[in-house]
Design a protein around this ligand. Structure first.
Ligand code: ADP
Ligand code: 5GP
Length: 196
């Protein structure tokens, strides 16, 4: 993979419901040079989700065909659905000199980490506690009860992967958490300027 010397590639991972979609949107608003890497998924769209903006929604047959054709940098099965990062989308963003935001899980993070030419900054976001996580999953009100329970169940395993990340942040107060991410972005931009 060709890396842009100027681009920052930020991975945000968290147990489902901790707030990474919310934070990703805030990053894009504050830093217009950041574009989210739009993943492919076999999950059904939520009511507010838009094709090509939130995900490329495909069926399992199409997804498996894309795997066979080596169209993904990484892919994983999560909560009974497939998710993957397409080579083409990432390359397009790199060529356009955008900074890239990856909203992917720990499995995808491990796979992307095997490309040493990518200067990844890996951030793991935690909720203040499990009770608050459940509240957020329910409040989001976009998944059925069994889906919420499934996501809560995977919390204990998800958090064991924190050590694969450069930073671990707690999203209790959203503004505070976001200000920490801003600092991380500025710090790493500065590092790049000093290196280049
Ligand atoms: P994820 O993408 O990690 O699954 P979301 O960004 O969809 O999580 O957030 C889950 C829910 O929690 C959303 O309803 C969101 O508005 C809410 N939320 C996010 N951050 C906070 C926070 N710091 N305090 C309270 N609610 C939050
Ligand atoms: P959701 O169904 O809530 O949108 O996402 C479920 C989980 O899939 C989240 O942890 C999210 O970060 C992860 N995810 C989304 N896209 C990708 C992807 O392309 N690859 C991987 N590995 N995980 C992804």
């Amino acid at each position: 993979m060709k890396n842009s010397d100027d681009s920052i590639m930020l991975i945000l991972s968290s147990p489902s419901g901790a707030g990474k979609t919310t934070i990703s949107k805030k990053i894009q608003q504050k830093f217009p040079n950041f574009k989210i890497s739009v993943s492919h998924t076999t999950r059904k769209p939520r009511p507010n989700e838009i094709e090509g903006i939130d995900y490329f929604f495909v069926n399992e047959e199409k997804f498996k065909d894309l795997i066979k054709k080596k169209q993904f940098y990484e892919h994983a099965k999560i909560f009974d659905n497939y998710y993957g990062t397409s080579v083409e989308s990432v390359k397009t963003l790199i060529n356009q000199k955008y900074d890239i935001l990856f909203d992917i899980d720990w499995q995808g993070t491990q796979q992307l980490s095997s490309y040493p030419e990518l200067n990844l900054i890996k951030i793991f976001i935690l909720p203040p506690d499990k009770k608050e996580l459940k509240k957020r999953l329910i409040q989001r009100n976009q998944d059925k009860n069994d889906v919420v329970e499934n996501r809560l169940k995977s919390f204990d395993n998800d958090i064991t992967h924190w050590h694969d990340y450069d930073y671990v942040l707690i999203n209790d107060n959203l503004e505070l958490c976001f200000s920490q991410i801003e600092k991380i972005i500025h710090l790493n931009k500065q590092k790049k300027i000093n290196i280049n």
